[in-house]
Ligand binder design. Sequence first.
Ligand code: PMP
Ligand code: GLN
Length: 399
Amino acid sequence: MAPMTSSPPPPAAARPLLNRRLAGFGTTIFAEMSALAVSTGAINLGQGFPDTDGPEEVREAAVRALRDGRGNQYPPGPGVPELRTAVTDHQRRHYGLSFDPDTEVLVTAGATEAVAAAMLALLEPGDEVIAFEPYYDSYAACVSMAGGVRVPLTLHAPDFRPDLDALRDAITPRTRLLLLNSPHNPTGTVLTRAELTAIAELAVERDLLVVTDEVYEHLVFDGEHVPLISLPGMRERTVSISSAGKTFSFTGWKVGWITASAPLIAAVRTAKQYLTYVSAGPFQYAVAEALRLPDAYFTGFREDLRAKRDLLADGLTEAGFGVYRPQGTYFVTTDVAPLGEKDGTAFCLALPERHGVVAVPNAVFYDDPDAGRTLVRFAFCKRTEVLREAVTRLSSLRA
Ligand code: PMP
Ligand code: GLN
């Protein structure tokens, strides 16, 4: 090889491999804390996944689809017709909403891809996205990957309700969309019909799009789940997202879906087709069956999780935590300040060794980590005996 006499000198400061849009995102807190649970053998109340699989008949439906050769090759881009129809039937059955399965539904690789595709499709660089913090970690990364600018509005303890005046004030001519999540991870807040109506009125008045993440739609313990898209003026401006992971306890299958007006679906599909194109072929058929489970399934699931919420919330209160009992989701947010702790992250890093339990520091869900400095999230989507053991281990914290 000839000597490269004319090559430019190496740059003084090597350019980082990771681009600026992703700088600072690192490893997700869920991966980090689950790895800690494995290495210490601690009980994992960090990452929100159930420790038992969902209904046997749904698992069997996936096996049948695999064996029958349904979905083993690329399914259609928008999702298999059986699932799209099951999604529209679900929206009608639970909320009285009608959608066209051919033009108003898009199947995605979990809610995560739905959020990513929506951001990539709908944002121009510099567009502002308003979201209530603390927020689910992929939101910030997806807004950033799409070149958007996030504008956080903090939900404050003890109620974690949205400040609607602050929302009005935060809207600027650059605001493109609101990114909402109800039931809300990590606080467990369920937006009321009145709050959603006020948000919808603002969206109409200021001509904003709204992306709503409703993956915990079937886990509302107090109050009701109101899909934002059902409110006046919202049909043409709302991208409604849900997922089978939480509702059917198969988080590894990564089957999600969007319901929205045809133009919004077409826009989001444009981005989605270049992310995964399609995914989870056989699981799509199984989820189609899951969505048709009788009402008793949905009620039983919610009541089971309600009992688990109460078990963990009561146990943590007893152990001396400040407890914010969630209205929905898999999670209870606590305050460790009453235990004499000043920093939730340090507390969570030490907890597996000290007490054999893993939790997640809420600070990672804020742009302003100080706002959640002493808050810690525990997941209760675990077996009752596991929750009991965790509570027993944590009960010595008070001492
Ligand atoms: N949104 C929220 C609020 C979540 O808690 C999660 C975690 N399940 C997701 C989205 C991601 O869902 P999926 O696993 O379907 O991608
Ligand atoms: N949604 C889950 C949680 O909040 C985590 C999912 C993930 O690891 N990406 O714990």
